[in-house]
Design a binder for this molecule. Structure first.
Ligand code: GDP
Ligand code: MG
Length: 791
């Protein structure tokens, strides 16, 4: 083992300086902490070969191939990796393979807690959700995109007369507890102690996928490995001797093709058999780390017999989470001291730091087993000659990538809004018809007004967006499934990086121009909670389509020249405010951690209509269930505020003026006056909180007495142009109109969006968002109005 570290006599370079097309060998990863750990776990270990595939169109990040998978790294990250010529001999990896050791594990009663529980674990994108859906008949979203599953899903199925609970956990590369997903999975296993682990690995990428397996083996829980995507392995012509591999790793392995169900029954049978076996004392198989480390594990393990082997090793590695587990014990100090001495001994012996030693050992184990049992097809096409990669050349082409991305997005929106317009019209007229019918059938009175205007009008206003949401998510699902979404993130990462975000945030922002609700729901594809939060909180600044009617009305009424430019400036200001907000948040209370930048680029796959439909449907259901309840309540409140108190013989105009809403508008008038607004505008802004389209219809009621005013109605436009204040001055002029547009753009996201924020980020952040957006809106309108007045 010692000569693994014989002096490196070749000169080392930085991965970042390597030209495209070059294949080099990793010497070491510099730096420390989470980021380094993540790189090691993704396969950047001593001796691994990396190929530089291409630069993103904007030159950053760069796509690399390592251990058969494509990974995007930013320049700053690649500069942390020392490499050397690919044939330089400075270590002997095969040496690390020592086989397995056996640990006696006491028998357990799997029914002790009355449930038979199987946990699905594996790397992101290895097909966990596909398998989960196959087994439980559920229709959860699958996606060819890392990080789709961010929380766990539970499903039930019957097998051999027993009810079993299957838990679909988030995908992770490791259990080191650096990312929220890893923490989640680790905590889940520790607290719920599943009866068996069903470990899904991508058979086409065994080396990287089996790394997690080495950690799971140390948990001392019965485990079965599902070799998923077996169809792809067979097609590639690679050969895997499953029996030998099972023996070498000491784990049952079953070939599976999750998306068509092949092998699913067999893998469940194997899992059940493993559970049945565990009732008696069994010999559990663990990675053999070699004499020195094994001796340490034995010695320290004896000091804390209640901890599993995984945790004991982590304690030796000085892992903070593992160390916390021994805090509070009588012999905590003794354990820590022993562990620290062991660490020093191991580091001295291997002449390296503990994190890379352990990762190296684990990868050495995997590589050793693969060298025996795996035979790559000697004629197989590699790298960018694989199917799909000719297309990739085009999609990520330096000059064409951004135009193609924009055209695709434009097509998606165009299709969403034009196709969606038809069902939207049907729903609209359907709702109108129902309202009419009820209106005629019921006697006049409060109840009728409540049902027709409050409930049907309010919920109807949400329902009409359903077709668009469904279509939008159908397209997103196609993009995700094909693998293009990850490329989109790759292409724009440089731009998003400027504001402290990951390329993946791009998609939610884009959807935000259509509607904030699906945009906020789409942030689920972001792996990192911080990124997700920043994106969720800034997405409402993207000007959604509901705000457009108000802009169109105001621009048409008060700007004669350069109307398009004025409109565009509003959209741009929204983007600018979002960017500045994101920068400020990233610099202050939502600071970066560094694990997030490494992104895997999944292979291109043919998207399936079934998947896309499932995805579309689950989003649609979410939208209806969660939003309709909140919207229903909110629209009834807004309706009631404008409806009461009632007085006989009032015009609609007087009615709303004297209503609670009208009074509120007048009360807040001093607040909006510095922005150039009168009380009518104040009321419109208040009612617009329910949904921003309502701004225009409220103005319609207040200025013309017509509730169904639109941005096109000439009468409203004229009324606005001629409206005067008590002192005879015009209410509106271009400056007031622009200030009003700024306010509509930036203030309070609508109630549906807030409900989505609450669901994704929690009540605290929803409240923050209400104050933040409204505060920013006020400030910017104020500054604009006051400064513009000076000229
Ligand atoms: P998860 O992230 O682990 O939950 O993975 P998903 O279930 O979302 O699947 C990731 C991608 O792999 C999707 O595009 C699936 O359609 C695809 N996939 C899943 N299982 C198989 C399989 O057995 N064979 C092939 N060829 N593709 C699969
Ligand atoms: Mg999943």
């Amino acid at each position: 083992m010692k000569d693994q570290n014989k002096e490196i006599n070749t000169i080392t370079r930085l991965l970042d300086d390597e030209p495209v097309g070059m294949t080099v060998q990793v010497v070491r990863v510099m730096g420390d902490g989470a980021f380094r750990q993540r790189l090691l776990e993704m396969g950047f270990v001593r001796g691994a070969q990396v190929t530089v595939l291409k630069n993103a169109p904007l030159k950053d990040p760069v796509e690399y191939m390592i251990m058969g998978s494509h990974i995007s790294l930013r320049h700053s990250e690649a500069a942390q990796i020392e490499v050397t010529d690919k044939d330089a001999e400075f270590c002997d990896m095969e040496d690390a393979f020592n086989g397995i050791v056996e640990t006696a594990v006491a028998g357990v009663d799997p029914m002790a807690d009355n449930v038979l529980r199987i946990a699905l674990l594996g790397n992101p994108n290895c097909g966990k959700t596909s398998l989960f859906n196959q087994v439980t008949g559920a229709k959860e979203k699958v996606g060819n995109y890392g990080g789709v599953t961010v929380d766990s899903k539970e499903g039930w199925f019957s097998f051999g007369g027993r009810r079993v609970q299957l838990v679909d956990l988030p995908g992770t590369y490791s259990l080191t507890e650096y990312s929220p997903e890893e923490m989640y999975v680790r905590t889940y296993i520790r607290d719920n102690h599943p009866d068996a682990i069903l470990n899904i690995v991508d058979a086409g990428n065994l080396e990287r996928n089996l790394y997690l397996t080495t950690q799971l083996m140390d948990m001392n829980i019965p485990m079965v490995v599902a070799l998923n995507m077996w169809d792809e392995l067979e097609k590639s012509g690679d050969k895997l001797d499953i029996e030998m591999m099972s023996r070498l790793l000491g784990a049952r392995m079953v070939p599976v093709t999750a998306y068509n169900g092949h092998g699913v029954k067999q893998v469940l049978e194997a899992t059940m058999a493993a559970i049945d076996e565990s009732e008696q004392e069994t010999l559990h198989h663990n990675v053999n780390y070699g004499t020195l480390v094994e001796d340490c594990l034995k010695e320290l393990g004896a000091m804390c017999p209640d901890l599993d082997r995984y945790t004991v090793l982590k304690i030796i590695e000085n892992d903070q989470h593992a160390l916390q587990l021994v805090d509070g014990r009588e012999d905590a100090e003794q354990i820590k001291k022993t562990a620290s001495e062991m660490r020093q001994r191991i580091e001295r012996d291997f002449n390296d730091d503990i994190t890379s030693i352990v990762t190296d050992l684990k990868y050495g184990f995997v590589r050793g087993a693969l060298a025996e049992a795996f035979m790559p097809n000697p004629e197989r096409e590699t790298g960018d000659t694989k199917p799909g990669y000719s297309m990739d050349k085009l999609l990520t082409n330096r000059w064409l990538a951004l135009p193609i991305l924009l055209v695709l997005m434009w097509l998606m929106f165009e299709a969403t809004f034009t196709l969606g317009a038809y069902p939207q019209e049907w729903i609209e007229s359907g709702i109108g018809w129902i309202g009419h019918w009820i209106g005629n059938a019921m006697p006049e009175g409060i109840l009728r007004d409540l049902i027709v205007d409050g409930i049907i009008g309010g919920v109807g206003g949400v329902l009409v967006f359903l077709p668009q949401i469904l279509i939008l998510f159908f397209f997103i699902s196609l993009l995700e499934d094909s693998g293009y979404m990850a490329r989109a993130a790759f292409i724009v990462d440089r731009i998003m990086h400027r504001v402290g975000l990951h390329g993946k945030s791009f998609i939610p922002y884009l959807i935000g121009f259509g509607c904030g609700v699906p945009a906020i729901m789409a942030t689920r594809t972001l792996e990192n909670r911080r990124d997700r939060l920043v994106t969720i909180l800034t997405v409402p600044f993207m000007s959604c389509s509901a705000r457009l009617p108000a802009y169109l009305l105001l621009v048409a009424a008060f700007f004669t020249a350069k109307q398009g430019l004025i409109l565009m400036s509003i959209y741009l200001i929204g983007i600018l405010v979002a960017a500045i907000t994101a920068i400020i948040m990233s610099k202050t209370f939502l600071k970066h951690d560094k694990t997030q930048f490494v992104m895997e680029l999944p292979p291109y796959r043919k998207p399936t209509a079934r998947n896309a439909t499932i995805h579309m449907w689950s989003k649609g259901k979410q939208y209806l269930q969660k939003m309709a309840t909140v919207i229903l309540a909110a629209s009834i409140i807004v309706w009631a505020l404008g409806y009461f108190p009632r007085h006989e013989g009032q015009t609609p105009q007087e009615q709303i003026e004297n209503s609670y809403m009208g009074r509120m508008g007048k009360t807040i008038e001093p607040l909006v006056e510095p922005l150039g607004f009168n009380w009518q505008m104040g009321v419109s802004v208040l009612t617009g909180a329910a949904a921003k389209e309502i701004v225009v219809s409220t103005m319609g009621v207040l200025y013309t007495g017509e509730a169904d005013a639109t941005e096109e109605s000439a009468s409203l436009k004229e009324k606005l142009q001629t409206a005067t204040k008590p002192n005879g001055e015009h209410v509106f002029d271009p400056i007031v109109a622009y200030s009003f547009m700024l306010f509509i753009l930036l203030y309070f996201p609508c109630i549906a969006a807030l409900a989505a924020i609450r669901r994704e980020a929690g009540t605290k952040w929803m409240i923050f968002e209400i104050f933040y957006t409204t505060g920013v809106a006020w400030l910017i309108s104020f500054i604009f109005y006051q400064v513009a007045r000076l000229f």
